[in-house]
Design a protein. Structure first.
Length: 324
């Protein structure tokens, strides 16, 4: 575990328009790259001087015109070392990276996965990410869910992207192969929280956090459906829990799906493919968001992984044979 210290000094003259504002509010306007929490921490630890004197209460009112000096110290604990792990980069510039995460890659180090994660790979690819919380990762995908993730490379980008997720203006589109033949699309609006007994699982829970998933039919097969899904919120395992709640679990999801569901008269190749599909057939297909610097709308997309494409081909073939 290493401790990285980012130390900067700032000097401001508070504008007259700040009169009667709280000190933390006035500084938040002058320092948009930093959170109110971070600014409050600097104030309370004596790192903010107003006219040469330490002020340790963020709610202290200012008059405007004061001279402010700030010792900005950013401390971030790195959970892991940089490791040379290949990355599939869909887009990158000075502000952000969009990565196509492969199946089986854990996003953050944790219990049982102390290394060989996406975070380790990002630190190797862009060492400056060590100065950002979670190496700039603003959202995550499950280990066995493939697809797009956006990573911030600067404090400003981290704030902007995190805010877009919070305000639900970032669009996240998925494709999934689910059990059963759905008739139409719809919306699941059901709160999600920890399972009361099995703590590694999530569940529909009235005391959980709001969770909304929109879905529409992509393609119907005999006993399965390809769905296009959009997240309005981003809870842990949200799509997996919501699809199981509809009694149309995702193919390969042993946590929420139960047994493999087979249709009458299925070809042996399809039966074999379904029985040996060992991860949830879920892919983060597209991301859309405002660029943190230019404010232009950025839309990224990637193809389905080979295992899902192969399964779809077999499902189509099964549907054709059944109709003959």
């Amino acid at each position: 575990m290493k401790l990285n210290l980012d130390h900067k000094q700032y000097r401001f003259t508070l504008p007259e328009s700040s009169a009667h504002e709280r000190l933390d509010q006035a500084l938040a306007k002058l320092m948009p790259d930093y959170s109110r929490t971070q600014i409050k921490d600097w104030i309370e630890t004596g790192n903010v001087l107003v006219n040469g004197h330490a002020v340790i209460r963020g709610k202290t009112k200012v008059k405007g015109g004061e001279q402010v000096a700030i010792e900005a110290r950013l401390k971030h604990k790195l959970a892991s070392e940089a490791q040379a792990i290949p990355l599939s980069i869909v887009y990158e510039d000075e502000s952000l990276i969009v990565v196509n995460k492969p199946i089986g890659l854990v996003v953050h180090p944790g219990a049982g996965n102390a290394s060989r994660t996406l975070l380790n790979a990002l630190l190797y690819h862009a060492p400056s990410l060590q100065l950002l919380p979670r190496a700039g990762i603003v959202h995550r995908l499950d280990k066995d869910t493939s697809g797009l993730l956006v990573v911030a490379k600067t404090q400003a980008a981290l704030r902007s992207l995190s805010l877009q997720i919070k305000k639900r203006t970032m669009t996240r589109e998925y494709q999934a192969i689910v059990c059963g033949s759905l008739i139409s699309g719809g919306k699941v609006d059901a709160p999600i929280g920890r399972h009361p007994l099995q703590r590694k699982r999530m569940a529909i829970n009235e005391t959980g956090k709001p969770a909304v998933t929109h879905f529409r039919i992509g393609e119907r097969f005999r006993s399965h459906t390809l769905l296009n899904l959009k997240l309005e919120t981003g809870r842990t395992h949200q799509i997996r829990v919501h699809m199981a709640h509809l009694h149309h679990p995702i193919v390969g999801d042993t946590t929420y799906g139960g047994r493999v569901q087979l249709g009458k008269g299925m070809a042996p190749e399809l039966i074999e493919a379904l029985r040996h599909f060992k991860r949830q057939a879920l892919h983060a297909l597209a991301l859309g968001f405002r660029h943190p610097e230019t404010d232009e709308w950025l839309q990224c997309q990637c193809e389905l992984p080979e295992d899902m494409q192969t399964l779809i081909t077999l499902l189509r073939s099964d549907k054709v044979k059944a109709s003959q």
